[in-house]
Design a protein. Structure first.
Length: 123
């Protein structure tokens, strides 16, 4: 939880994304307790209902689960589920648009691969 929230999407979705990022990165693992809604409210300086809305989306998706009176915890298959979801999003949101733009600019596939490889080396 080292980043602040932006203005590009609704706050509850950003809270959801931050928790997902912690799971995908391994900061939160299966069975770990998710930061409490109070901690998230204080850290991000947002309304309690905003945090709960983001967390409840993760509960609905089966990524985290509630233990009454204890808190919320990471589901056993949460990381695998999120990785699969993000890989699908990678293709739909980035790769396909990149290929369309490359075709539009008459960049061949080998040229595009070279460009990606060069960018990867710079990272």
């Amino acid at each position: 939880m080292n980043e602040r929230l932006g203005t590009d999407s609704p706050l509850f979705l950003q809270i959801k994304q931050k928790i997902e990022d912690m799971i995908v990165s391994g900061s939160l693992q299966a069975g770990d307790q998710v930061p409490s809604s109070t901690n998230l409210v204080n850290f991000y300086q947002v309304n309690h209902l905003t945090v709960l809305k983001g967390m409840n989306l993760l509960v609905d998706e089966g990524v985290i689960y509630k233990k009454r009176g204890v808190g919320m915890f990471v589901a056993d298959d949460a990381r695998i589920r999120l990785l699969q979801q993000r890989r699908e999003q990678l293709s739909d949101q980035f790769i396909r648009p990149l290929l369309r733009e490359a075709r539009y600019l008459e960049v061949s596939l080998p040229e595009l691969v070279t460009m990606i490889t060069n960018c990867a080396k710079e990272e």
